[in-house]
Design a binder for this molecule. Structure first.
Ligand code: GP9
Ligand code: MN
Length: 413
C-alpha cells in the first residue's frame, strides 16, 4: 500500500499544480474520433518531394486545428499497442514486451471505461486479425464496447495493400458500422497501409519516391501520401453522413516508421546530422485536434506526448478527472513546466533535451553541462518506475478511485 501512496502523492501534485483548461467542456456530449495514423512522423509534415506536398490534406487540416509540433510518441517494443496503452491510460508502456500481451488481465482505469459511465459508446475499428497484439482480450479489459476487426470488412486481393485492407476501403467500409453506433461515441480508427515496408503499387503512387540510399525511406513518402488521401476521404464520409459537425477529430502518429538504421538517408532528407538530439526530435509524431466550427486554432510548441492525451480529451469532454492516477497533463492548460519522458529515459523539458547521457539545450541543440539535466533525469526515472510498479504489481486492483485510497477488500470482489 505505501508505494501506492507515494504514487498517488506524486501524480496528485502533478495534476493539482496545473491551471484549468480553456477548452474545458468544449467537446461535451460530442463524438470523439481518434485516428491512429500508422508510422506517421512529424518530419514529413509540410515537406515536399519534387514540388508536391507529402501530406497536403493534413497540412491544410493543421491550419484549421490545434497542432502540437513538439509532440512525442512514447512507445517501445509494443509499437501500435503501446501507443494505444499510453493513450487510453496515461501511463508508460513497459521497457520490454507489450503490456497488451503481458498484463491484459490487470485492472486499469482506461478512457473507454471512464466515459462509458457518462453514456459514451466506445469502439475500435481496425481491419486486421483481432488477436493481433492480443487486442481482442485487452480491449475488453480497457472497457471497449465494440471491436470491428478484420471479420467485419470485405477484404480481397483488389482492395488490399501490404498488411491488408487498404486505408481508403477501410474508412469507407467502416462508415456503416460508425453510422449505427449509439451517440455520443468514442471511436478509434487504426490505419494500416503506411506500415513497414511501405510498398504501394505504382499506379496508386501520387507522389515521387525519394532518391536516397534507403529504399524504405524512399517508399515511405508514397504510403504516407496514400494515408493522407485516405484520411481526406474519411473526412468527406463524415461530412456526407452528417457526423462531422457533431464530432471532435483527433489524429496522432502511433510511433516512428523510419528507424535509426536509415539515419544516413533521413539525415540527407532533413538536412541535418543525426546526433542523439536529432534522433529524439525524430520521435515527434503529429498530434492534431480538430474541432469543427471552432475558430481559435493554432500551433502549440510546448513539449507534449501521447501520455497527455487522456487528461486532455477527458477535460475537453468536461469529465471531472481529478481522482485519476495518471502521468500526463491536460495540454490545454497553461503549463509552465512541460515535461515529456520517453520510454528509454530520454526526456524533453521546456529548456532541455536529454538523450544518451547527453544534456542539450532544447532551443539550440547545443550540448550543455550534464548537471543541468540531473534533477529532471531523476524525475523521469521516478515516473517510469512508478508506472512500472502499477503494472507489475497490478496496483489498481486494490485501488478505489472514487475515494482515492487502497481498498484491500476490492481485489476479493
Ligand atoms: C497491426 C498494426 C500494426 O494490427 O497495428 O502494428 P505495429 O507493427 O505497427 O505495431
Ligand atoms: Mn503501428
Amino acid at each position: 500500500g505505501s508505494e501506492m501512496n507515494d504514487i498517488e502523492e506524486y501524480t496528485n501534485k502533478e495534476i493539482k499544480s496545473k491551471q484549468s483548461s480553456k477548452l474545458e467542456g468544449i467537446a461535451k456530449g460530442k463524438n470523439v474520433i481518434y485516428i491512429s495514423a500508422e508510422s506517421l512522423q512529424s518530419f514529413v509534415i509540410d515537406k515536399k518531394v519534387n514540388g508536391k506536398e507529402i501530406t497536403p490534406f493534413l497540412n491544410d487540416l493543421i491550419d484549421d486545428s490545434y497542432y502540437f509540433e513538439n509532440f512525442y510518441h512514447q512507445t517501445e517494443q509494443g509499437k501500435t499497442s503501446d501507443s494505444e496503452f499510453i493513450v487510453e491510460n496515461s501511463m508508460y508502456p513497459l521497457s520490454r514486451g507489450a503490456v497488451f500481451f503481458t498484463h491484459s488481465q490487470n485492472e486499469f482505469n482506461a478512457v473507454p471505461e471512464i466515459i462509458g459511465k457518462y453514456g459514451y459508446t466506445s469502439a475500435v475499428f481496425h481491419a486486421n486479425n483481432g488477436s493481433f497484439w492480443n487486442r481482442n482480450v485487452m480491449y475488453d479489459t480497457l472497457g471497449y464496447d465494440h471491436f470491428f476487426d478484420e471479420q467485419y470488412y470485405d477484404v480481397n486481393k483488389e482492395n488490399s495493400i501490404g498488411w491488408g485492407l487498404n486505408d481508403k476501403a477501410f474508412f469507407k467500409q467502416s462508415m456503416k458500422y460508425l453510422n449505427n453506433l449509439k451517440e455520443p461515441y468514442y471511436a478509434k480508427f487504426i490505419t494500416l497501409t503506411n506500415h513497414f515496408p511501405f510498398e504501394l503499387p505504382e499506379e496508386k503512387q501520387n507522389i515521387d519516391k525519394l532518391e536516397t540510399n534507403s529504399k524504405t525511406l524512399n517508399q515511405y513518402v508514397t504510403t504516407v501520401r496514400y494515408m493522407d488521401e485516405s484520411i481526406k476521404k474519411f473526412f468527406q464520409h463524415l461530412k456526407d453522413s452528417g457526423q462531422y459537425k457533431d464530432s471532435v477529430i483527433v489524429i496522432y502518429g502511433d510511433h516512428y516508421g523510419i528507424s535509426q538504421y536509415h539515419d544516413a538517408a533521413t539525415s540527407k532528407f532533413i538536412g541535418k546530422e543525426i546526433r542523439p538530439f536529432e534522433h529524439t526530435q525524430l520521435q515527434r509524431v503529429p498530434f492534431i485536434v480538430h474541432i469543427p466550427g471552432h475558430e481559435d486554432d493554432r500551433v502549440i510548441s510546448k513539449p507534449a506526448g501521447q501520455i497527455d492525451m487522456k487528461p486532455t480529451i477527458l477535460n475537453m469532454l468536461g469529465i471531472e478527472n481529478q481522482k485519476d492516477i495518471q502521468f500526463g497533463t491536460d495540454l490545454f492548460t497553461n503549463d509552465q513546466d512541460p515535461f515529456v519522458v520517453l520510454r528509454d529515459g530520454s526526456f524533453i523539458s521546456e529548456n532541455y533535451l536529454y538523450a544518451k547521457n547527453v544534456c542539450y539545450d532544447r532551443e539550440t541543440g547545443e550540448e550543455v553541462e550534464s548537471k543541468k539535466c540531473e534533477p529532471l533525469k531523476k524525475k523521469a526515472q521516478k515516473e517510469l518506475d512508478y508506472s512500472d510498479s502499477i503494472i507489475y504489481g497490478d496496483l489498481f486492483r486494490f485501488y478505489d478511485f472514487k475515494n482515492k485510497q487502497m481498498d484491500l477488500n476490492k481485489a476479493e470482489k
